[in-house]
Design a protein around this ligand. Structure first.
Ligand SMILES: [Fe+2]
Ligand SMILES: [Fe+2]
Length: 130
């Protein structure tokens, strides 16, 4: 069953960023699919950890890019990353505690990420020469 339509994709034009976004959205999609299929809490927790892993790598890469090009909106962009990381870690902690993760929570995360890409990543990509 494909759940792809719940995700919106944006191309920034910077290959390294787009590849990370694709990986991140793919992992979120896998998590979404597992919740819909009613996978057990342990499996869901593992899939959340997969999302966290690529998120941490991706945000670190963008933050490095921002430093390299002397990006003037680093602080706001970094704060938005921090908020998303915090939400993901809370989701993992909830899953560990046995709190059921619903698709509504993932919809909110997806919306946050979509807004982030539009508000922060697209301008960064432009500053990087996209
Ligand atoms: Fe970003
Ligand atoms: Fe990004």
């Amino acid at each position: 069953m494909s759940v792809k339509p719940w995700l919106q994709r944006y191309s920034t034009g910077i290959q390294s960023i787009d590849a990370h976004h694709e990986e991140l959205l793919g992992r979120m999609d896998a998590l979404y699919g597992a919740i819909i299929k009613g996978y057990d809490a342990k499996a869901v927790e593992g899939l959340i950890a997969n999302v966290i892993d690529v998120t941490i790598d991706h945000f670190a890469a963008e933050e490095k890019d921002m430093n390299r090009v002397g990006y003037d909106k680093q602080v706001e962009h970094g704060a938005s990353h921090q908020e998303f990381r915090t939400r993901l870690l809370k989701l993992r902690d909830d899953a560990r505690k046995g709190v059921k993760v619903g698709t509504d929570t993932l919809d909110l995360l997806n919306q946050y990420l979509t807004d982030h890409i539009k508000a922060h990543d697209l301008p960064l990509a432009k500053a990087m020469g996209a």
